[in-house]
Design a binder for this molecule. Sequence first.
Ligand code: C5P
Length: 429
Amino acid sequence: MADGGRPPGQPRVVLGVSGGIAAYKAVEVCRRLVDAGVHVVPVLTRAATRFVGEATFSALASEPVQRSLWDEASPIPHTRLGQQADLVLVAPATADLIGRYAAGLASDLLTATLLATRAPVVLCPAMHTEMWEHPAVQENLRTLGRRGVRVVPPGEGRLAGGDSGAGRLADPATIAAVALEILGVRGEAAGVDLAGHLDLAGHLDLAGRRVVVSAGGTREPLDPVRYLGNRSSGKQGHALAEAAARRGADVTLVTASSLPLSTASPVRRVAVGSAAEMEEALAAVAPQADVVVMAAAVADFRPKAPSDRKLVKEDGVPEVVLEPTPDILAGLATRRPAGQVLVGFAAETHDVLARGWAKLERKGVDLLVVNDVTAPGAGFEHDTNQVVILERGGRVTEVPLRSKDAVADVVFDRVIARLSEGGEERKRP
Ligand code: C5P
């Protein structure tokens, strides 16, 4: 089909709709894009037509619905749609559609278009919570993320069949705003807060990056039932892991905390107890990472000879001899691969900045997030935090009291700035 008088320069979007109950919301996305001056070509899978009428899209979009590889007269339309698009937006993207795309299958017009396009691709997943959380779906999304595909993650809410949970299609206004931002079309995008999702070019700004985060306070065994621990809850570390995942990173969280992650979290979790276990787990994943954030409160001392039997009162008060633990962060700094950004944390009670700068040097990190744990509302067990981010090179970012999620986003804003500098001013060990 011809472009039907499409003005020159008018952006062209293929709006893919796959078969889920949320397909009706794609109508709203379509309307918003057309209203913003975008030429919208709707491509429905066969299953989508069971949920929403072709006539609705054909009436609202810039062209009639395209559905099949076989029902058009012009030659090889499956590649033409993809080649001509400025953006391919799929909303909703079902588990099945994501799986076929990740596997490189082209079994219908929509997947053929996805494979044939060089334009940016945005997927807006929607499915039941169990399917969204399935490792196969999450792995497929990570695979696609590494290939540059952007994802507008689903939210939590009512799902088909009266269920409720993670997997609900993102708000149509947000989806349209993401598309318009990528196309560089202002208007509808104005007023929708996309912070923490997209960089200036419209990418999920940590897509394709591997991020490792450590969290929680380590537990150093005294005997099989007791340990030396500390007051760290792991909340800030978990918030960092989730923030990186929201921004498109492939995240591994090595945690000594038992805090749960959010239900829909794609974060890979490795549970550890002691500093030695944390060191071993990090040694396995840190060398492949683009970013390592050591938010864990690693014990500085541990019992030198933990008893392999429970210490009992009848034997009297035990004499416990302590030894230092390895400094995991300093070890990671000496072995880190070129280009990796390394972030340390420091909980301080006095001389916060002076001690912070000295620690940044001593540990050989790029960023040190310094936390005055005596400040009201900051530090241990709170949901809020107040930090100062020190950077090699002298930059200081003060983050006033705010949620640990918001603090995490500021940390990653600075990490991304360092990643894009390519480590030029970074002193190699
Ligand atoms: O020296 P300090 O314990 O204040 O340093 C804190 C930073 O060093 C944190 O990033 C913490 O995760 C890390 N650390 C470590 N191994 C230790 C002690 C601290 O990696 N044994």
